[in-house]
Design a protein around this ligand. Sequence first.
Ligand code: UDP
Ligand code: MG
Length: 317
Amino acid sequence: MKKEKISIIVPCYNEEESLPIFYEEITKIAKEMKNQDFEFLFINDGSKDNTLKIIKALSKEDERVRFISFSRNFGKESGMYAGLENATGDYVAIMDADMQDPPSMIKTMYEDIKNDNYDCVALCSPSHKDYGLVRKFFTNCWYKLIGKISSTPQVPGARDFRLMKRKMVDAIVDMKEYNRYSKGIFSFVGFNTKWIEYEAPDRVAGKSKFSFWKLFKYALEGILAFSTTPLVISAVVGLIFCLIAFIAVIVIIVKTLAFGDPVGGWPSLACMIMFVSGVQLLFLGIMGMYLSKLYLEVKKRPIYIVKETEKENIKEK
Ligand code: UDP
Ligand code: MG
């Protein structure tokens, strides 16, 4: 009988320190799982250090190692998409190179998928122990908010670390949107997912590539991609303001007719104008954000651009 193949996708951006450790660990696991074939698909996301060199060396030594090297840094989302699009396995896993997604878990994930007939086994680490207090606070608020305003459920602390069956991978690859928010996409495509809770260990080497600002933009991406509630709120608030204005006009007319027209109240008028124009600009901004996403979507720019793959590397041999 033909062995089942597991593809391991690893997006890498400046991971020269972590990669050798990761490779050693994952090959150990692959050795233990004798009845399955493996493919390691490294995505070099425009690294500026020796990441590509290391990957190339690995791919020359080990034919299970494949790679796709981007022409520049496209971001982890693009890396994951390139991996999913090019993986050939019956099962596909996405893992970080920094050992925060322990390779040893692949074994139990595979067993869970096989025995309990799940389509996907995913990991979540809701404790966020490597986050500072501020980041933790905003992260918790964000999960509460998205839970309320989006119909696509989000599991708190969900990582991108997951093992999926081919059918689910194909469904994700079919979602070719440019503004990718994979945590939402995974949930959107459905299928049976088993969630395993664990505490993500610290990075084995190097620094996190996600600054507070990058995470903030990523969180905003999640809202814009999976909820249109902000637009509805804009419309509802606009309507409420119209109603208030209408009532105010009637009150002023009645007051003027009853008591004459004393000139006064301009400071409050100035405050009101400023407040209302502020609200207008805010909602215009919200609309603009959706419009900018639409603009980029319509352009149909590529999600990633390949500079080289393991095929060229073999030729160089
Ligand atoms: N990564 C990437 N492109 C980027 C940023 C990160 O491919 O632009 C990879 C990175 O090499 C790592 C994974 O995505 O394998 C997760 O990144 P990181 O550990 O920095 O994120 P954190 O775990 O802190 O959220
Ligand atoms: Mg990490």
